[in-house]
Design a protein around this ligand. Structure first.
Ligand SMILES: N[C@@H](CCC(=O)N[C@@H](CS)C(=O)NCC(=O)O)C(=O)O
Length: 205
């Protein structure tokens, strides 16, 4: 398998999940700010016509895109790691509820904040939405270690990734102590450290 990612982008979530899974994989960075070439000089649009990350090339050569699909595919390859509750259980639907919320309500509310073409009014409105969504997440995490059940799941990999974006848009997640504590705790996981190092986001000692 090969993961195409951009450092610190939403593709960090499947990068973390790959590290948590113990599955063999390769990875390659995409320059999203520049000409969208891979680090080995290939045109990324020829690999993923959608042009965005994450993209996972499977061992049989198929391309799988969309973070929640990629993450569930990886989790289901290693059920013993409990990265996703079993299919058909109510907890699996809780996981999908979170993945949908994180993708459509939180991640996509951050997106205009990264776009230089976004007007100040739109940025202000987006930041207000992000604040409201994070307020909700903070209430849901109170007294809990993880988003779903008693295990780290792919939803935690996604939320951890998104919380890391606060620093780039002037949003201090410290105003929600529960989110700051959660982020700090997930940050310490060996698989998270490995993915962050691989993406050059923390020094590799
Ligand atoms: N629906 C996609 C969204 C992925 C996405 O927003 N990727 C961003 C990075 S976080 C990206 O590659 N943006 C560049 C672009 O859209 O051209 C998913 O959930 O995987």
């Amino acid at each position: 398998m090969k993961l195409y990612y951009a450092p610190g982008a939403c593709s960090l979530a499947p990068h973390i999940v790959l590290e948590e899974s113990g599955l063999a994989y390769e990875s390659e960075a995409i320059d999203l700010r520049g000409n969208r070439m891979t680090s080995s000089g290939k045109d990324f649009s020829q690999i993923n016509a959608k042009g965005y990350v994450p993209a996972l090339v499977l061992d049989d050569g198929q391309l799988l895109t969309e973070g929640p699909a990629i993450n569930q595919y990886l989790a289901d390859r290693v059920p013993e790691k409990k990265l996703a509750p079993a299919n058909g259980t109510i907890d699996r639907y809780r996981l999908q509820e979170w993945l949908t919320f994180l993708g459509t309500e939180l991640h996509k509310s951050f997106s205009p904040l990264f776009n230089p073409a976004t007007s100040d009014d739109w940025k202000k409105a987006s930041l207000e939405t992000v604040n409201r969504r994070l307020e909700y997440v903070a209430t849901q995490l109170a007294g809990k270690q993880f988003l779903v059940g008693d295990n780290f799941t792919i939803a935690d990999a996604y939320l951890f990734t998104i919380l890391g974006w606060g620093q780039y848009v002037g949003l201090d997640i410290g105003k929600w102590p529960v989110l700051k504590e959660y982020h700090g705790r997930i940050f310490m996981r060996p698989a998270v450290q490995a993915a962050l190092k691989a993406e050059g986001l923390i020094p590799s000692a």
